[in-house]
Design a binder for this molecule. Structure first.
Ligand SMILES: O=C(O)c1cc(=O)[nH]c(=O)n1[C@@H]1O[C@H](COP(=O)(O)O)[C@@H](O)[C@H]1O
Length: 289
């Protein structure tokens, strides 16, 4: 309910993801490290490409980083490839990372018709679910409105979404930069929906966009969605923290740069992982101010 221009908060409502993320970014620096247990990384770490190797890898990343980086982002595919035992490792990874103080963004890129989207929302955004996470990556390419059950679940549980808008891979452009009959691009439409969802939220909305750090000048897009901008592509895909101001302009203050292999290649030594993450976080602070 709105009273004299302020929004009355239900004191029993969970704190929204956007507020929790802003605090974590201020306290720990704006950095997300991806947990992507590639078979090649398991090998490089001296681990077998099996469930035990997956568990050791994920535990090591959580032990090294969950008490110091703002966000950890497990990539579900690398766990799913081991079937139910891999999913069990993912469940433990999420729980242990959250218990150690990191916000967990589940990178599962889900998106389906609304009635099925409700089941994905139940899996990742409802408290009590074994894979409950602070936020989920979702695809709007069945229509932004099809994501409504996830928006509703996130609002109820104080979690968030990161909606694919302008992805870091070059192939994304044929879909995302396609021009609609009204002359706007598909990506601009996704960004506008996000701005609507986040209107009035303080200090930051809970509905973020995924916008690749690899994309060069994005000034034709209105990135002022009052929500976080998850920016993968730093490190292995060639972008650097120094690129962020030129890519994001004024919106850079809401960017959460994301690095996976660029940090993970410094394992299994926990100090190697920590120093790499600290190095990226310092570079981001230097570039963003
Ligand atoms: O949603 C994502 O995180 C994502 C979106 C995108 O546009 N590009 C992108 O690379 N990602 C993910 O970010 C991670 C990038 O990993 P690195 O290239 O190793 O840093 C992978 O887990 C990708 O699936």
């Amino acid at each position: 309910m709105t009273v004299q221009g302020t929004t009355e908060q239900d004191p029993s409502a969970p704190e929204p993801f956007g507020a929790r993320l802003r605090r974590a970014m201020d306290a720990r620096g704006p950095l997300c490290v991806g947990i992507d247990p590639h078979a090649s990384l398991l090998r490089d770490w001296g681990l077998n490409d099996d469930v035990a190797g997956l568990e050791r890898f994920s535990r090591t990343v959580v032990e090294a980083l969950a008490d110091r980086v703002a966000v950890l982002k497990p990539q579900s595919a690398f766990f799913e490839r081991f079937g139910s035992r891999g999913i069990a490792v993912l469940e433990r990874t999420v729980a242990e990372a959250r218990a150690a103080g990191a916000l967990v963004v589940m990178d599962a890129k889900r998106g389906d018709i609304g009635s099925t989207m409700g089941a994905y929302a139940a899996a990742f955004l409802e408290p009590g679910s074994p894979l409950f996470s602070d936020a989920l990556t979702v695809s709007p390419y069945l229509g932004f409105g099809a994501l409504e059950p996830a928006v509703a679940a996130a609002t109820a549980s104080g979690s968030g979404l990161f909606v694919l808008a302008l992805t870091s891979n070059p192939e994304g452009q044929e879909v995302q930069r396609a021009v609609r009959t009204d002359g706007t691009t598909v990506a601009a439409t996704v960004l506008r929906h996000l701005a609507d969802r986040n209107a009035g939220a303080e200090p930051l909305g809970s509905f973020g966009a995924v916008v690749g750090a690899t994309l060069g000048d994005l000034s034709v897009f209105d990135l002022a969605v009052n929500g976080p901008l998850l920016a993968p592509g730093i490190g292995a895909q060639g972008a650097t923290p120094a690129d962020l101001p030129a890519v994001f302009g004024e919106a850079v203050r809401n960017v959460v740069p994301s690095v996976s292999r660029g940090v993970l290649r410094h394992g299994p030594d926990t100090n190697g992982l920590r120093n790499s993450a600290i190095g990226f976080a310092d570079e981001v602070r230097g570039a963003v101010g």
